[in-house]
Design a protein around this ligand. Sequence first.
Ligand SMILES: N[C@@H](CCC(=O)N[C@@H](CS)C(=O)NCC(=O)O)C(=O)O
Length: 202
Amino acid sequence: MKLYYSDTLNPRKACAVARHLNSPVEFVSVSLSDGEHMTPEFRVMNPNAKVPVLAHDGGTLWESNAIMGFLARTAGSDLWPSDDKLVEMLRWLSWDLQHFSRYADTLYFEYVIKPKFDIGPVDPKKVEEATGYVRKYGAILNDHLRGRKFVLGDTLTITDFAIGITLPYAEQAHIPLGEFPEVARWHDRLNELPAWREPFPA
Ligand SMILES: N[C@@H](CCC(=O)N[C@@H](CS)C(=O)NCC(=O)O)C(=O)O
């Protein structure tokens, strides 16, 4: 299997899970600044022209959450939850894409990606709106995590890798993690995983 990635947010989920599971993947770096994801060859793998992409025996797979799920199921790992938790996983993954990571990702884009790729100044209006929503949804996540080790309970799953993905950048992206002690405690637990801290190949 080949995992096409860049050192950015969504590929980070797939790389972290691949490393955590020691999945038999070859990591293939894609330079976004050189437009390597825009080529006709890349668009055959992912018509959205985005990373990550996983090329495997049965074809290619895009969308970071789907790639994490594929890797976890292929490995027979607990990162893919038991059947009785699947609806709960779907709920939190949907919530995350629409609410929490959606706005935390805006802060990541404004404060991390814009300077990294030199694509303009921080937009204060976007930052203000996103910060408000991160506070709103961060409070919901904080309440949910009280008394739980991980999002779905006692077991680490791909749901944690998805919802937590902006938090390694919290300081740089001005994500107000300090206002959410349960979220910070949960993220400290994720930080105990080497693959969470160092998801990308050297
Ligand atoms: N929903 C997709 C989003 C993928 C995505 O936005 N990837 C970014 C990097 S984090 C990308 O490839 N950006 C290049 C571009 O949009 O030109 C996923 O989770 O895989």
